[in-house]
Design a protein around this ligand. Sequence first.
Ligand SMILES: *Cc1c(COP(=O)(O)O)cnc(C)c1O
Length: 413
Amino acid sequence: MRRGDAEALDRVDPVARMRDEFDLASGGGAIYMNGNSLGPPPRAVPEAISDAVVEWGKRLVGGWDEWIDLPARVGDRLGRLVGAAAGQIAVCDSTTVNLYKVAASALGDRPERDVIVGSAGDFPTDRYVLQGLAAATGRRLRLVDDPDLQGPAEDRLVEAFDHRTALVCLSHIDFRTGRRLDAAAVTAAAHRAGALIVWDLAHSAGSFPVRLDEWEADLAVGCTYKYLNAGPGAPGFLYVRAEIQDRLRQPIWGWFGQAEPFAMGPRYEPARGIASFLTGTPGVVGLRAVEAALAVTAAAGVERLWAKSEALTSLLIDRADERLGPLGARVVTPRDPSQRGAHVSIAHPSAWPWCRALIERDLVVSDFRPPDVIRLGPAPLYTRHVDCFDAIERMADTLAGGVDDRAPLRRVT
Ligand SMILES: *Cc1c(COP(=O)(O)O)cnc(C)c1O
């Protein structure tokens, strides 16, 4: 492929115009390949935040008449992007806190079972939350190993499920390698073993046409600041399948999960439905940002975004094989598009100084994941084919020119 071929693909890209919804000029000359870590602001988001602040000043405490419904209302909108019918998603708290809430509620539903199954290669917060829950509830945490750092395949995971498994908790798309699991098949296997399953959708929401209801998932959590672009620290979300909402009991008995928060009664009585998974006062400004950001993804359509992601990741993989392969770099993301998500990971012994040089020289903003991986997270809403082409060229030139292997190991992005 030549650069002109990438430009030609951009000319026929059906979602190309979505790039105009973003203000990308302030990023300097670097190509932003970190949408999987923190999406840039859609123009509508600062506006929504400033409107929320004006409304706060005008309405003061009277604003709660409407603000109180935001977690469920924005949750329903998000549900349309992840295949969930209304009434099953709340936008609230952080992903980590939501994971704790849904995982603890699942364990409470399987008191006679003593094993939690996860993945050894999963994102740290997921492993830590499960470690904490295992310690607190006297269970054993079984983390399925990931020997080749590809993310464990479905069959290795499924082998670990049995009559002692209370809960399975997995990332749909692996944060390090971009490997994507067959969620419907893994969910069915967990159910055959009699376990409940939680899916972490941090790298899927907004990038892949997730089908929570169709998968028959029990529980899920995810972020809104990655591919959904709602801003740093924007609230996370949780999904609880309708049929189990009133049976599961989450561990944080706050007043917003109470049946009648403003009755201020003596005892906790859980609300019905998804509301019982709320805790305390919702972050209204953040919720308004999420609402505005979701509209941008919805306008493009997740199916179309995923089709473009497949093309962008294929382009990155092909160019990386050709230009970076001879320099000793290796693509560790699955080459079969049915087994990957929207980012591409490249391993090299000098990955850390390489990644740092690309950032410091204002060439490519990507991120490093130990031990030796650079992740490239093109986002189909605003990343062009030509950006992917140029990013690999810049990476090849930088590596060929030499990078400082003595650079101290420190995260900058
Ligand atoms: C980014 C990410 C998180 C982030 O959790 P926070 O509570 O928002 O910090 C959780 N899980 C996975 C898999 C992630 O990639």
